[in-house]
Design a protein around this ligand. Structure first.
Ligand SMILES: NCc1[nH]cc(CCC(=O)O)c1CC(=O)O
Ligand SMILES: [Mg+2]
Length: 331
């Protein structure tokens, strides 16, 4: 590598005007980088604001088509769906997850009927359906059972895929579930349904507002450290990703986002596969809190963080700021 030195090299030449900064930019943001997570509630004509996620609401199924049209018009290729299951339907065995007429299945159909050209990604995990708030079924000591949960997740994936989901995204961190889901989809002839594995998902303090949004925060007994990754570990993420890819994941995800950019970059460098980042609810809330406090400017914070994901190697980003970001990218 050439090692020019001052004054023959002046780095500021490349920053001296907007046109040259634009010309030399290594990364660019585009609305197609975005996946927009949406929360769903029962009822008609409903919008339920989420207090810990200011600016984000739950929407009833009849109002999702307008959201999907908004995504399409903004150039956002894909929507991710998360249901807030009514409390009476939450049970220890999470059976509502397998109801083909449950909230998320009705939401998938509503979107696919109205705006089929927008992709629909669904979360595969049992936490919106369990009475104890865990992502799987538990034994009498409260430990999440791996293989029993995985078998239910296969059925949950099939129910969602048959309702029209384009991508199923297991977020539960059970071992072996990607392979089991892939086999289930193949057997059912659902060969075009993609799997985005939440491959490196950490036991994080940044999920609080999400748990409010899906109504599991008050229910959760204990924590998820028995199945989600330890924030102390980086190399382990590469093993998790390798396993999910071997089992048939089409795309992988690292979650949360900004605090784990090192993991994202390592995963992308090591595997070179489509790699997504989830800028999670607590990260959204931090940006909103900074903006509300006058500590930072919302639009600049949003765009800078998204660019950081791209620089680290992200193929795309799940973010609650997706519609705002897409508008800003359009200029
Ligand atoms: N399996 C549930 C799930 N899917 C996505 C998120 C978090 C997303 C966010 O915080 O925005 C969680 C929460 C959790 O694992 O407790
Ligand atoms: Mg795993």
């Amino acid at each position: 590598m050439v090692t020019p030195s001052f004054p023959s090299m002046r780095m500021r030449r490349g920053r001296s005007s907007p046109w040259i900064r634009d010309m030399l930019a290594e990364h660019r943001l585009h609305p197609s980088d975005l996946i927009w997570p949406l929360f769903i509630c029962e009822g008609e004509g409903q919008e339920e604001p989420i207090s810990t996620l200011p600016g984000v609401s739950r929407w009833s199924v009849d109002r999702l088509a307008e959201k999907a049209r908004e995504a399409r018009d903004l150039g956002i290729p894909c929507i991710a769906l998360f249901p807030n299951t009514p409390p009476a339907l939450r049970t220890d065995d999470a059976r509502e997850a397998l109801n083909p007429d449950n909230l998320i299945c009705r939401a998938i159909k509503a979107i696919k009927d109205a705006v089929p050209e927008v992709g629909v990604l669904t979360d595969v995990a049992l936490d919106p359906y369990t009475a104890h708030g865990h992502d799987g079924v538990v034994d009498d000591r409260g430990r999440v059972l791996n293989d029993e949960t995985s078998a239910i997740l296969v059925q949950q994936s099939l129910v969602q895929a048959l309702a029209g989901a384009d991508i199923v995204a297991p977020s539960d961190m059970m071992d072996g579930r990607v392979g089991a889901i892939r086999a289930g989809l193949e057997k059912a002839g659902l060969i075009d349904v993609a799997i985005m594995a939440y491959a490196a998902k950490y036991a994080s303090a940044f999920y609080g507002p999400f748990r409010d949004a899906v109504g599991s925060r008050g229910l959760l007994k204990g924590d998820k450290r028995g199945y989600q990754m330890d924030p102390a570990n980086g190399a382990e993420a590469l093993r998790e990703v390798a396993l999910d890819l071997a089992e048939g994941a089409d795309m992988v995800m690292v979650k949360p986002g900004l605090p784990y950019l090192d993991v994202l970059a390592r995963v992308k460098d090591a595997f070179g596969v489509p790699t997504f980042a989830y800028q999670v609810s607590g990260e959204y809330a931090m940006i909103e809190a900074a903006a509300a406090a006058g500590a930072g400017e919302r639009e600049a914070l949003v765009l800078e963080t998204l660019l950081a994901f791209k620089r680290a190697g992200a193929t795309g980003v799940l973010t609650y700021h997706a519609p705002l970001a897409a508008r800003l990218m359009a200029g």
